[in-house]
Write a protein of this length. Structure first.
Length: 393
């Protein structure tokens, strides 16, 4: 049987039927998260705006025996829908239902949603290509929300940069910030929210050390010396002769704890450190005091991170794991990692003498834009708004 100039075989699938079946399945998968017709309309417009040439650039449509066996493939429409849902839900936090419906009917809002989804697709080789098909624990897919997505992209880009040669300063500190940050984002992805806080706390500590030493690279060798003291102590459970000799010569004699000096004794080599820090010099809090004194006119998020560092204590020591409002975790983890990852990314790009654009996308401007939205939501939070968001009470 011939139709429109080509032979249609009996077993050839009807593409219109397949598309309709896919759309029905997508509506079912995302039911309760977004209005189905709105989702499909935006998804279709995104795919049309991208065009086939761009779709195959960011998604792998090639068949292979490996993909056939493992079931690993592009899942193009599913991935795009997860992006749409993440962006839409992030923008809708604390909005009344009427306001959400107004946005869904707005041509301007829909066009903005389409544009931002395309932004995320163009970054997916550093982003969603690495994500799970399904979260480990059921809940909101926070890693598809704009700011966490962009922070993950910057983290994977940094990982790539760090493997390209080793001729740069503070290498271990960059790795320390990266490992803690990307681990926290991975836990955010799987809704293991309380367990992300100790990793954020670790990222904060490594970030503070990086800020201390990135502009004082002549002292990085001293940091490395004390880091190796820690390794030796972990292996032998005893302090070396060299370490004991340095401990006897420490500047702050009031501090009696060898463990504190083991972790932070390298600060003795930092110019004017002990002139500024009079209390707890061999601690993170001493470093915070020094950084605030030396960077009064710089927006490094020091005050924010100091407060969060202290509030992470309850999560680190197991008193709190799950809060009543998961979106509060999303706010706090995103804010912490925004300050850390953004600045570390800029520092590493400068160190490596490369631009900050990722595949033609201005990731910094994007993250700043989405941080402002998240920050305003966080500032306007209340138990009443959280209860309404989760239909509690």
């Amino acid at each position: 049987m011939k139709e429109q100039g080509f032979l249609k075989l009996p077993f050839m699938p009807d593409m219109e039927v397949i598309i309709e079946q896919n759309n029905i399945a997508l509506k079912r998968i995302f039911k309760g998260k977004i209005k189905g017709c709105f989702l499909i309309d935006v998804k279709d417009r995104v795919m049309k705006a991208l065009g086939f040439d761009n779709l195959i650039k960011y998604y792998d449509f090639h068949w292979s025996e490996e993909r056939s066996v493992t079931g690993l493939g592009g899942a193009v429409e599913y991935d795009i829908c997860r992006m749409i849902v993440g962006i839409h839900k992030a923008k809708s936090i604390f909005l009344l239902d009427n306001d959400i419906r107004k946005n869904e009917k707005s041509k301007e809002y829909k066009q903005q949603l389409i544009a931002e989804t395309i932004e995320k697709i163009k970054l997916r080789l550093y982003g969603s290509v690495h994500f799970r098909r399904k979260t480990l624990l059921q809940g909101e897919e926070f890693l598809y929300y704009p700011l966490p997505y962009e922070l993950f992209v910057m983290s994977t880009k940094m990982s790539e940069m760090l493997t390209q040669g080793h001729d740069y300063n503070c290498q271990q500190l960059y790795y320390g910030v990266l490992y803690n940050s990307i681990s926290a984002l991975s836990l955010l992805e799987d809704n293991l929210l309380g367990t992300a806080y100790p990793l954020c706390r670790g990222a904060i500590e490594m970030y503070f050390k990086l800020l201390m030493l990135a502009s004082r690279t002549e002292f990085y060798n001293q940091y490395e010396k004390f880091r190796m003291f820690e390794v030796e102590y972990s292996c032998h459970r005893a302090y070396s002769k060299e370490f004991n000799a340095l401990f006897k010569k420490r500047i702050c004699k009031i501090s009696k704890a060898k463990a504190d000096f083991l972790h932070f004794g390298w600060v003795d080599y930092i110019d004017k450190y002990h002139e500024v820090v009079k209390k707890y010099p061999y601690s993170v809090y001493g470093i915070i005091t020094f950084l605030k004194d030396q960077n009064k006119d710089k927006n490094l998020g020091l005050k924010w991170l100091e407060n969060f560092y202290m509030s992470c204590h309850a999560y680190t020591h197991g008193s709190i794991q799950i809060a009543r409002y998961p979106v509060l975790h999303y706010f706090e983890i995103s804010i912490m990692l925004y300050f850390i990852i953004r600045k570390t990314f800029l520092m590493l790009c400068k160190e490596k003498k490369v631009g900050t654009m990722i595949d033609g996308q201005d990731i910094i401007s994007m993250a700043d834009r989405d941080f402002d939205i998240l920050y305003n939501q966080y500032e306007n939070r209340s138990t009443e708004k959280f209860d309404r968001y989760y239909n509690l009470g």
